[in-house]
Design a protein. Structure first.
Length: 621
């Protein structure tokens, strides 16, 4: 099973390019753990040389193998070094270190080391390939016959192997890092950077020659966006990497906001050795105004001496807020009846609904089956495999019950920046149009907010006959997960299913409707918006009585979902009065108090339905 790590606000893009086509259902972690043996053929670094990698020795305490659950599959695995790397840029690569889990060395064949300036379409396409006669369990140090001069260029380096074991590629560590684990299995998975998928780092290092290490060198990483209530403070974990010879035991830093810089502060750090990283907790105070402010953290000293890092600063943002809205996470599951592993998502969504109820919005977006809708294509185009899911469109998670539960619990305890409420009503008895009212309230001010509201029509209880409605089931005959017993005991095709949470219509699903949220945002101010959803072309709908409407508040700068609301659709009621009035709306219909439609004002109370779907009452004397 994949390890799961919390990525609450953003999934960073890796610094090197890679392919995006990947059937993630086929990439798995080994179902067991194996200890790592000691290095059998160590190369001791000489003067000006270091062993370097995105991983460190401490990461080996949590090591596993990954593969596609099949033997004798050729793999290429590697890492990417971006151009002008602070440590590696002017060096020469003399050797590589490949780690092999215990008991696997004798399963491996066709082993090679490769280096390439671009990701190779095959091993032969790499710029440099060196065959390796054999590997041993543990760490294998392999000297390059022709050392590779980096010359400040971007490049890829790794190894290729075929194994009779299903899970031959060793991963390690509890943190994903961009560029630290790239994998390719021709004919099975295209090149993919596994950052953000919970596999950790590739157990792989390089011997670098020509490195001049400074003594005290602490490099901080950008720390994203955090939220803090006005008058309080927030402690943010800032990742700091030691690129110097000496262990880091303390750092001094300043925080700059605009033209204002704090006094220098000093805090202790648990002995952080070379080529290791740690999250150091840094407190940030709320600002006086409920706004977003960019913060620059500068590490001025390391161990009491001047910080010698070329990159000694990192940035993030602090948003001071006035209150804590209740977050409603959105799970968008991507599935299809043709997908044999999609029963995991089928069960995951049902279990999630049982656990969280209306605290979470669940949307099943189908692909290439009778429930597919083209409205969801802008989001479907981002999907890298089936089954999969987006949580608030910032977390890409396997849609099993345990994985969804893990992330959703964390999000429900987190802070969001806006509240959204909604109501929906049919605009006539023929139920061809829905009037959707929203009330959006932000808890901080922004002069140039970029947000929009997207709308999704969701149907429960969908059924159908015919082969396209039969769910493919690769779990038939399996065992191990009590939640999947039905699927283990079913055949390879399962008919008679009832599909819930199905997206049967959507409007402006990627960025939200233009103008649905004002760009000028004032903390605490309620913004009203009315949207008319015409469903006459939504042919996927089976039963209008089983429809609900989800409203998604979209951050147009990141594409993430800020908050959401899901409501049932009320029957058309000409006497109902909504809470939102549009001064530009015109009279569409007029009714007497007993519901009779009239064409002219009548004495007594008149019920007027406006062109925007809202209703008001007027007394005519």
């Amino acid at each position: 099973m994949k390890k799961q790590f919390l990525l609450l606000f953003a999934m960073m893009m890796a610094m090197c390019s890679y392919g995006q086509v990947w059937k993630r259902a086929t990439l798995e972690r080994a179902p067991f753990k194996a200890p790592l043996m000691t290095n059998r053929a160590p190369i001791t670094p000489g003067e000006g040389q270091i062993w370097w990698g995105y991983m460190s020795e401490s990461d080996l305490g949590t090591s596993d193998g990954i593969g596609i659950g099949q033997s004798n599959v050729p793999f290429l695995a590697g890492i990417c070094i971006p151009a002008n790397h602070e440590l590696i840029g002017g060096s020469t690569i003399k050797a590589v270190r490949v780690y092999v889990r215990e008991g696997l060395a004798n399963t491996m064949k066709d082993v090679s080391v490769w280096v390439s300036k671009t990701l190779p379409a095959s091993l032969d396409a790499a710029d440099y390939v060196q065959s390796v006669s054999s590997l041993a369990d543990g760490a294998n140090d392999i000297e390059l016959t022709t050392p590779f001069a980096v010359d400040n260029q971007s490049f890829y380096i790794g190894y290729a192997v075929t194994s009779s074991n299903n899970y031959p590629i060793m991963c390690c560590g509890t943190e994903d890092v961009p560029n630290a684990f790239l994998i390719y299995a021709p004919g099975n998975i295209d090149w993919q950077d596994l950052y953000g998928y919970g596999f950790g780092k590739l157990a792989f290092q390089i011997l670098v020659d020509g490195v001049e290490l400074t003594n005290n060198n602490a490099t901080p990483s950008d720390f994203g966006t955090s939220y803090v209530l006005k008058g309080e403070s927030v402690t943010i974990p800032v990742k700091i990497t030691n690129n110097g010879k000496d262990d880091i035991t303390s750092i001094s830093y300043t925080i700059t906001t605009g033209s204002s810089t704090t006094e220098e502060m000093t805090i202790s750090v648990d002995n952080l050795p070379f080529n290791s990283s740690a999250n150091v907790l840094i407190p940030f105070d709320a600002d006086d105004e409920a706004k977003k402010y960019i913060k620059t953290l500068t590490i001025t000293k390391v161990n009491g001496e001047a910080n010698q890092a070329t990159q000694n600063s990192a940035q993030g943002a602090i948003i001071t807020i006035t209150e804590k809205p209740v977050p409603v996470p959105v799970v968008e599951e991507f599935t299809g009846t043709w997908c044999g592993y999609c029963p995991y998502g089928f069960v995951g969504m049902e279990k999630t609904h049982e656990t969280f109820g209306n605290k979470v919005v669940l949307i099943a977006a189908h692909n290439s089956d009778p429930m597919e809708i083209t409205d969801y294509n802008p989001i479907m185009s981002r999907v890298s495999g089936f089954p999969s899911s987006f949580i608030n469109r910032v977390i890409d998670a396997y849609p099993s019950a345990s994985t969804l539960n893990y992330y959703l619990n964390a999000i429900l305890e987190s802070i969001t920046i806006a509240d959204i409420q909604a109501s929906a009503m049919w605009t006539s008895d023929d139920k061809t149009e829905i009037s959707i009212d929203t009330k959006t309230k932000f808890v901080y001010s922004d002069d140039n907010g970029q947000y929009g509201i997207a709308y999704v029509l969701i149907e429960d209880g969908m059924t159908g006959t015919g082969s396209d409605w039969k769910q493919a089931n690769y779990l038939s005959g399996g065992s191990g997960d009590p939640d999947m017993e039905f699927w283990y005991n079913s055949g390879s095709k399962v008919s008679g299913l009832t599909f819930n949470f199905v997206a049967v219509g959507a409007w402006d699903i990627a960025n939200g409707v233009s103008g649905s949220v004002n760009s000028a945002i004032n903390a605490g101010e309620v913004q009203n918006y009315n949207f008319k959803a015409d469903i006459t072309s939504k042919s996927t709908i089976q039963d209008k009585s089983k429809l609900t409407v989800a409203t998604l508040l979209i951050d147009q700068t990141t594409g993430g979902i800020v908050n959401a609301a899901q409501v049932a659709i009320q029957d058309f009621n000409p006497t109902a009065v909504t809470g939102i009035q549009d001064t530009t709306a015109t009279e569409a219909a007029r009714y007497t108090l007993d519901g009779r439609q009239v064409t002219a004002p009548q004495h007594g109370l008149n019920i007027i339905r406006l062109s925007d779907g809202t209703v008001k009452k007027i007394m005519v004397k």
